[in-house]
Design a protein around this ligand. Sequence first.
Ligand SMILES: Cc1ncc(COP(=O)(O)O)c(C=O)c1O
Length: 446
Amino acid sequence: MRPSRRAFVQQLFGGAAAGAMLSALGEAVEPLKAGRRADDEAYWRWIASQFLTNPGIAYMNSGTRGPSPRQVIQAQYDAIRSYDTDRLSYATYVDSTETRAQLRARLAAFVGCGADEIALTNNTTEGMAFGTLGLDLKPGDEIIYTNHDHSSGAQPVNLAAARFGARAVVVDLSDPRYHPPSSADIIVEAFERALTPRTRLISFCHINYTDGCCLPVREICEMARAKGVLTLVDGAHPPGMMVLDIEDLGCDMYAGAGHKWLLAAMLTGFFYVRRDVLDRVWPLVYSGPVAGKTMYGEPAQDSAYNRQAGMAARYEMRGSKNFAAAASWNAALDFHETITPQAIEARVRYLAASARKGLRAIPGVTVHVSDDETMSCGLVSFTIDGVDVKEVNETLWTRHGIYIRDVSHPEIGWVANRASTHIMADAAQIDMLVGGVAEIAGERRI
Ligand SMILES: Cc1ncc(COP(=O)(O)O)c(C=O)c1O
């Protein structure tokens, strides 16, 4: 059952303070809903204080792992404790078919799709593998992907090529004109040039993990659909970073993460498959019902369990589940819905814009992501001329406690540092990042 907003605040602050905080949250949230308060530092520092990050650390790596706020951690503890102290509570409250169906419906509403089109997975990688390797492919079928894809999207394409004799067709995004692109059109055109009558699937990132570029998903999917080509989108980053409406994107499949920007437990993800292509995407690990049959080959009675054979829920039919992770999903969705996804996106964009502006102004620093908000969001990638990316990470960490990462793609000569501007960071920390980078770049010029 979903906890009420009051229960959510009580979890955050404990009994006595909860009443006062509830009205504070109410006061703070309403203007944010109208999108006016992305720069309200007092409010956002208060939100940031819900994370357990040690004082003195500026955490800017949600693109790898989004640490959970305290009530998400608490929800996992409560779920484990509930089961380990009273086994009945497991089936009743924590992980029954009904609670999973409720969670699926809730997540579907959050990301903009039908409840029958979404499965809970362990991560983005699983969805990307299901979406490519679950297809009936034949020798000579072509799959388009890009050389800025993560291994989670790219390697299943290579495996499909090895296994089925399919052809992996690379869209080359390594040219500097894509970092940042002058317009979204040049990206759509690059995909269009790769299409042939043998193309069966286009697999690509919603947001590249390398340069932070937000790809024109709707346009690419529209073009693919017109030619009868399936689309699989790697959505590791957008869920929880920006307001998401998967149906509106028009893709056939979308693999997302819960443990990054959505702030749920480690090993949480989801896989969306559009209703009318569900029967073309086979589950790869499977212990669920096969349509119309019992486990031992008799005609099956109609049941909720058997109906799942025709729903995306079948991608979940693969053994024991981490019920604590499922509990964390609900708490993470509470957190996002209370602050509102619109307000979170506005704040993420505000911090990212401030980082881009500051970094671009530093001599010797190149920012690879666009200032155009349709092509960027919360990932800010940059390089300092002549400075090794690992050295940049290390220096920012030891001098300032700033935690960013580097994103390397050695095959195509791509090396950059990357900061994630999620809500556990604040404006002063972004200034510190800019100052820290300026310091390193300045030392190199001497
Ligand atoms: C673009 C992209 N895709 C996939 C992944 C893998 O995500 P997961 O750990 O959820 O499988 C990442 C991880 O950083 C990523 O950046």
